[in-house]
Design a protein around this ligand. Structure first.
Ligand code: HSE
Length: 437
């Protein structure tokens, strides 16, 4: 059979990894796909990269549209990243009847509804495994392996850079900026690393996971997003003393009132497997009603791990090239006309447990004042730790763990606590997730 011809857009970290994996494993890949998969046309901003990657017998261009308009190209692999020109380029490829494989989570999270509708109209596939959790085949698991389940919740460490930073801060007591610079050197971080540390990248991925898990449209704008830049070393140590690790989580949960979509740091009991996922590794915990909890673990970023997902998508596309579009796995796991618009809960309605760190005056009655503010709102305290005062220091750290309460009630309680004359500065709040099956 004729080889399948691939047009590749982008020769950055993931593009380079894809070239390497396609070439090194070409025999195995052909045995799986049933046909050879060959690169035929490559677009990149820096064509010197093509020499470094030893790309021969391939047409090279700086113009992505030369690839999407090339009649010889069967499948376009978009690894440029960013919203534009990636969106226009992908829509052009679809218009030209080409299948698309992309690792672009930002694009799928924000423009996926438009892209999938266009693909549906043209009867082509848009595959995006590499967009979520790097090399972990989690989209495959949600869309296919778990399709007999009603999925109840998903909780994942889905940003490798953030996890790498938190792990190094805890294990080696390294500073935030120093670890971030290393993640950038290693090719884990986004072009704009604030996407990693402020939770935007994780929110992109959570948007995609939630849509495929619950059969809802992609709605990035409704994800509550908080990053890790406010996590202090002392919170990491206090959490550890209390038996928890701080991880940056993306959580999507179905409740009777609606769907929770939230990305934020969280304390997790250290005995949970997911609390022990360190470095650039990602893990996604998915609870289905039939299967119970399932955990998917692997490298969440990096050249070859992400290329592993890109190439798997290519193989999937090649295997179904001749199948009737109606009989393919739907882009968002559910048939497009069967998506439901479940209500997304505003953060104030979400209920979680909390870790609070206060700077309290070291004198009688302060703890009683704080406890009474919490008690008046029905907020039950699970643990309290007060540190011994250092000589000549008036304020001491007071750490509280609470039971579950709505964010609205906790916001009110925190405002009242901050008003106390015996409390200085702002109250540090980190949510606590037990992730019980
Ligand atoms: N910047 C991303 C991360 C890359 O650190 O996880 C993979 O999506």
């Amino acid at each position: 059979m004729k080889p399948v011809r691939v047009g590749l857009l982008g020769l950055g970290t993931v593009g380079g990894g894809t070239v390497t994996v396609l070439s090194r494993n070409s025999e195995e890949i052909a045995r799986r796909a049933g046909r050879r998969i060959m690169l035929s046309h490559v677009a990149a901003r820096n064509l010197e990269r093509a020499d470094e990657l030893n790309l021969t017998n391939v047409r090279l261009t700086e113009d992505a549209f030369a690839v999407t308009n090339d009649p010889e190209v069967d499948v376009v692999v978009e690894l440029m990243g960013g919203y534009e020109p990636a969106r226009t380029v992908i829509l052009k490829a679809i218009e030209n009847g080409k299948h698309v494989v992309t690792a672009n989570k930002a694009l799928i999270a924000l423009h996926g509804n438009e892209v999938f509708a266009a693909a549906q109209g043209k009867g082509v596939m848009v595959a995006f495994e590499a967009a979520v959790a790097g090399g972990i085949p989690v989209i495959k698991a949600v869309r296919e392996g778990l399709s007999g389940n009603r999925i109840e919740w998903v909780a994942g460490i889905i940003n490798g850079t953030g996890n790498f930073i938190l792990s190094e801060m805890r294990e080696k007591r390294r500073g935030f900026a120093d670890v971030l610079a290393e993640a950038q050197r290693l090719g884990y971080a986004e072009a704009d690393p604030t996407f990693d540390v402020e939770g935007v990248d994780a929110a992109h991925k959570l948007t995609i996971l939630a849509a495929t898990a619950f059969g809802i449209p992609l709605q990035f704008e409704r994800v509550y997003t908080e990053g890790i830049s406010q996590i202090a070393e002392e919170d990491i140590s206090h959490a550890e003393e209390l038996g928890y690790r701080i991880k940056h989580l993306g959580i999507a949960r179905r409740t009777a009132d609606g769907v929770e979509l939230r990305v934020h740091p969280a304390l997790i009991p250290y005995r949970r497997l997911i609390a022990n996922v360190d470095g650039v590794m990602n893990a996604v915990l998915i609870k289905g009603d039939a299967v119970g909890p399932t955990l998917y673990y692997g490298a969440g970023a990096g050249a070859e791990p992400t290329a592993s997902a890109v190439v798997a998508d290519l193989v999937d596309v090649v295997r179904t090239l001749t199948s009737d579009p109606e009989n393919r796995v739907p882009h968002l796991a559910f048939q497009p006309d069967a998506l439901t618009d479940l209500r997304v809960l505003p953060m104030e309605e979400v209920k979680t447990a909390y870790y609070l760190r206060l700077q309290a005056a070291d004198r009688p009655g302060v703890l009683a004042d704080v406890a009474s503010i919490l008690g008046d709102r029905g907020i039950s305290i699970e643990a309290v730790v007060q540190k011994e005062p250092l000589p000549d220091v008036q304020f001491v750290p007071l750490i509280l763990l609470t039971h579950r309460v709505s964010e609205r009630q906790m916001n009110e309680a925190i405002a009242r606590i901050e008003d106390l004359e015996s409390i200085t500065g702002s109250v540090k709040r980190i949510r606590v997730e037990h992730l019980n099956a």
